[in-house]
Design a protein around this ligand. Structure first.
Ligand code: ADP
Ligand code: MG
Length: 267
């Protein structure tokens, strides 16, 4: 059964999209079958994987609002194990349109039901808000991966995000877990980055990934070529760190599913 991971933080510019694109690509390269689902109306994760948004006839908007089968919107990418459920600017309307729909926070969960078993991982790139799109992602997800930028006010808003995750656990998705916390845009030359990393570790403890994503210019260049960094520059530091993150995520997933199996045996 595929594991659904929502990449989320209501703050913009913290590395959600960069992480969605590159974690998906690295997991796919390691042999996992991956669907990258774009839930941000900006559609940057879709174009970052080479999807030409102007040529699309439908996107995730049609799935959420018009009941289109998600299988019909899925696109191929340059990597054979990597698929994309794209978003276009049309999705911007969904936040408002969803308000009038019954069980509006469970629509994505229901849409994923038919395809979940076909993938090893479904990675959701969330928009920078805690609105209905993010709520749909957290309701559909098995876990949330939280990127935190090593900058001023890094933890600002994180307690709000954790509160939202708790509310989702109490209402629409009791099994939701925190997959992990990822430090991004780390600059080891500055005290600030080091201080932020320490603060985040104090707050989240062992949930913080050992892999830390440094600032790397290749990571910021790759999207304009419509390529993940492992395709754009496989020898770059950016490629190495996202490969390392993918290994951590795959290892944790394996350990978790073993724990779940053992628990079921005991019951
Ligand atoms: P979000 O999706 O949270 O808004 P993005 O992933 O779009 O954040 O990142 C914001 C900007 O920072 C983008 O221009 C992206 O290319 C750049 N960026 C993200 N991570 C890195 C990194 N590790 N090194 C350099 N630039 C980065
Ligand atoms: Mg983004």
């Amino acid at each position: 059964m595929g594991k659904v991971i929502a990449i989320t933080n209501q703050k913009g510019g913290v590395g959600k999209t960069t992480t969605s694109v590159n974690l998906s690509a690295c997991l796919a390269k390691s042999g996992k079958k991956v669907l990258m689902l774009d839930l941000d109306p900006q559609g940057n994760a879709s174009s970052g994987l080479g999807i030409d948004k102007d040529s699309l006839e439908s996107c995730i908007y049609d799935v959420l609002i018009d009941g289109e089968d998600i299988a019909n919107i899925i696109q191929l990418t340059m990597l054979k194990n990597l698929f994309v459920a794209p978003a276009t600017i049309q999705l911007a309307g969904a936040e408002v349109e969803l308000v009038g729909i019954v069980s509006r926070e469970t629509i994505l969960k229901k849409a994923l039901k038919s395809i979940k078993k076909e993938y090893d991982f479904i990675i959701i790139d969330c928009p920078p808000s805690l609105g209905l799109l993010t709520l749909n992602a957290l309701t559909a997800a098995d876990s949330a991966l939280i990127p935190i930028q090593c900058e001023f006010y890094a933890l600002e808003g994180v307690s709000q995000l954790v509160k939202t995750i708790t509310i989702v656990q109490q209402t629409s998705n009791k099994d939701l877990e925190i997959e992990g916390v990822l430090l991004t845009m780390f600059d080891g030359r500055t005290n600030l980055s080091i201080q932020v990393a320490e603060e985040v570790k104090k707050f989240f403890g062992t949930k913080v990934y050992k892999t830390i994503i440094p600032r790397n210019v290749r990571l910021s260049e790759a999207p304009s070529y419509g390529e993940p960094v492992i395709v754009y520059d496989p020898k770059s530091k950016g490629a190495a760190v996202y490969n390392s993150l993918a290994k951590e995520v795959a290892k944790n997933t394996k350990e978790q599913s073993k724990k779940t199996k053992d628990k079921k045996k005991q019951e």
